[in-house]
Design a protein around this ligand. Structure first.
Ligand SMILES: Nc1nc2c(ncn2[C@@H]2O[C@H](COP(=O)(O)OP(=O)(O)O[C@H]3O[C@H](CO)[C@@H](O)[C@H](O)[C@@H]3O)[C@@H](O)[C@H]2O)c(=O)[nH]1
Length: 384
């Protein structure tokens, strides 16, 4: 059975707008809160973190095939990841892989895909979906995105909002208001405010108010509308993206244009460059998503994901893991083959790789990024 057949989604009855729909997968983040499992040469999206037997990138691809077909999925990733990405996605065509010489953040990555696709096919609608998230209830995901495509066709930059369960500070918060009257998008809501990564006090206030949704980092929009919004807040960045797109499809002009323009593009996340200003201008819409969504941002989420939500359990990841546990809980990731024994430790995080060992607790899982920053500063980048 192909993965497509797993979805209860009838392509014959999907709206016409999906004919113009392209999925974009920006696969650029290293996932530094998952160090030392996630590395520069083996980032989070190239790992199987769910026990599905597939990498998160492949799971993402399979999820998007029913929406765009294999021919209309574009992946934007670093040059260094080309071979690994292509091995994961054999149906990815050369024209649908965009290779970056260095990371320039999500506005440049998604904006370049939009500019290339708009040039090839004016009027195209794109949806960008992180390469390293975990989603269950695919039918609900597909129906939310289908609605988002209809809202995008009406001119909105559309995102998918998830009901918050805690005042997480690593997410964007979307304040939704009344319904928008858009055919094909009955659950679309107008957005009055988008706040990227608020401080803890603000996040607590947002969650307590019940008026905010988490941004799931999915942006569905007409490519021309996205470019217009980038141009409003980052005109120089837009000019660079348009110039790159013009040179892209000719191998003789692409290389020189990339060398000249790409390293000078402003590094800014799409949440700041597009979502916040578009919300302030009343051009952002949100579709509430009722599917299970997890960005697996740190080892605490990874532990939860792999222990079925039971805090008392010990989740073990690693093909040849040899773990002895007595009255312990948390997560062990084993890549070294060493025997690991735990006695009476709760909510522990142990990540054992051949050249680096991390020991912390679920409560401190967010602080792993600081270790990565410190390793960079102390010249220990060989283990990153
Ligand atoms: N190709 C490429 N992709 C990139 C780059 N930088 C980021 N990305 C991709 O852009 C997406 C967002 O990554 P981050 O910018 O690291 O996002 P974040 O800190 O996790 O926050 C975003 O996601 C949250 C949900 O997980 C959101 O709540 C938040 O608002 C925001 O959209 C991911 O798919 C990541 O791979 C880059 O330089 N190149």
């Amino acid at each position: 059975m192909t993965s497509t057949a797993l979805y209860p989604f009838d392509m014959a009855r999907t709206p016409k707008t999906l004919d113009r729909f392209y999925s974009v997968i920006p696969a650029g983040g290293i996932g530094s809160r998952l160090w030392p499992l996630s590395r520069a040469d083996a980032p989070k999206f190239l790992h199987d973190l769910t026990g599905s037997g597939q990498t998160l990138l492949r799971d993402t691809w399979d999820r998007l095939v029913p929406l765009s077909g294999e021919q209309r999925i574009m992946v934007v990733t670093g040059r260094a990841h080309r071979a690994a990405v292509e091995a994961q996605l054999p149906a990815l065509t050369d024209e649908n892989i965009v290779l970056e010489s260095e990371p320039r953040d999500s506005t440049a990555a998604i904006g370049l895909a939009a500019a290339i696709l708009e040039r090839r096919e004016p009027g195209v609608i794109i949806g960008s979906f992180a390469a390293d998230h975990v989603i269950k209830n695919h039918a609900l995901f597909l129906s939310a995105v289908t609605e988002a495509v209809a809202a995008a066709d009406a001119g909105y930059i559309t995102t998918i909002g998830i009901s918050p369960t805690e005042p997480a500070i690593g997410f964007g918060y979307i304040r939704s208001a009344g319904p928008l009257d858009i055919g094909g998008a009955p659950s679309a809501l107008t957005v009055t405010e988008f706040v990227e990564k608020p401080d803890l006090e603000t996040a607590e206030r947002y969650v307590a108010s019940g008026n905010y949704l988490w941004n799931a980092s999915m942006f569905i929009t007409r490519a021309d509308r996205l470019l217009e919004e980038i141009g409003r807040s980052q005109p120089e960045l837009l000019a660079g993206l348009l110039e790159l797109a013009e040179a892209w499809d000719d191998p003789a002009t692409r290389g020189p244009a990339v060398d000249r323009i790409w390293p000078n593009l402003t590094k800014i996340a799409i949440d700041y460059a597009v979502a916040e200003p578009a919300a302030a201008a009343g051009k952002l819409a949100v579709i509430p998503g009722y599917f299970d969504w997890d960005d697996v941002g740190d080892f605490a989420s990874l532990a939860k994901l792999n222990s079925g939500g039971r805090k008392s359990d010990l989740a073990i990841l690693g093909e040849n893991a040899r773990v002895l546990s007595d009255a312990s809980s948390g997560i062990v990731v084993s890549q070294s083959g060493r025997v690991i024994s735990l006695i009476g430790v709760k909510d522990i995080v142990v990540v054992d790789t051949p050249d680096a060992l991390l020991v912390t607790t679920s409560e401190n899982a967010q602080r792993v990024k600081a270790v990565v920053d410190a390793l960079k500063l102390t010249g220990s980048s060989d283990v990153l």
